[in-house]
Ligand binder design. Sequence first.
Ligand SMILES: [Zn+2]
Length: 446
Amino acid sequence: MEKWPKYYNKELETMRQEELKSLQEKKLKKQLKYVWKNSPFYQRKFKASGFSPGDFNSLEDLKKLPFTTKDELRESQAQHPPLGDHVAAPMEKIIRIHSSSGTTGQPSFVGITRHDHQVWTELTARSIYTQGVRRDDIVLHAVGLTFFVGGLPVKDAIETIGATFVPIGTGASDRVVSTTQLLRANVIHCTPSYAIYLGDYIRSKLKMDPSSLGIKKIICGAEPGGGIPSIRKKIQEDFGCLLTEGLGNSDAAPIIFGECPNQKGMHFCAQEFILCELIDPDTGEFLEMKHEATGELVYTHIDREASPLIRFRTRDRITVWTSPCECGRSSFRVRCVGRTDDMLIVLGVNVFPSAVRDVVTILRPKTTGEIQILLDKPGPKVEPPMKIQVEYAKDVSDLQRLKGELENLLKEKLVFKAEVDLVPEGTLPRFEMKAKLIRKLYEESK
Ligand SMILES: [Zn+2]
């Protein structure tokens, strides 16, 4: 018998779907009225599409509303600084500003009010609790605390659960190891890229077995990888731990989905705060959220004051499962296969860089699992063969054979022709946050 309650919020997490639907409908009605009244950005968008909140009667009517894109939010912020005119609360109500981890141009800011902060803490705590964190756990937080929504909001959530939060940050692997030993920490929160890096670092630099540290749970997020079978297997075997993953969105909320220890996909954990839709990423057409459906995830806030989003296109490609989970949670589950922005297309076949890494990781220990996809010109279309650098392990002597094995395996699993360039262990960059698996060999136009 487990010492702690099974659920963080039993009522919401086990609620019957019809009951939840009517709760969501009620909250969406209220939210649309609020947004209509307070957000000039949405007033414009609603008017342009001929929609008024009075037209909203059931969840199905959501389809009548236009999508919101990341580019529109950037434009809104550029035209109406500091936070954009989609923001629906005055600065005097905003208590914190986060920023999404954009790689180009201006940071994109997200404000939260005191109410939004409570909502974020509740849904993030619910996701982390679902991932298996309990009050007696000591959690090393090996990601940054600044700006990133996976920082301070995760601290708030872990402390609210009652577990112990230790802010280690990034770039401090020796400190992760010594602190784990000194405090007897048993949980690490990090990106899957970092968990892989840390295992290798402990083994090769510190000459220790990572499983001797006593880490029992690793909770991962910020990039796909934790749910990719070969990567999950490697991390779990390295540390002798259970790995569960979470999924959030810097514009929507910190951790919206959390995987339970049954490891059958991430449960939706923002029941009364966010609505999810699935769409065809190419046509924008609505897709039914049924078992094993695949598409782009779209979020609508139904309880948000400062930076509300209606039908926000996340660019996350997900697969959905609706079959019952042994944990008893009634929510659907997802796995994120990658981001539309990172997707490459080889002869009409979609290829996510994380899937390439997954295939290469299968051939460990002959490879280290590290890869870089080299692009001669801008994607997403790539002329075969796709050029991929792969690190081979020190003791491999027959490189020609390994190259053949990798190329065959990539062809078999991902249906495209690759040209593998084997490079020695330690050549490719390591990442403590999100891994960058694509290297552009061309000059980017400004
Ligand atoms: Zn479950």
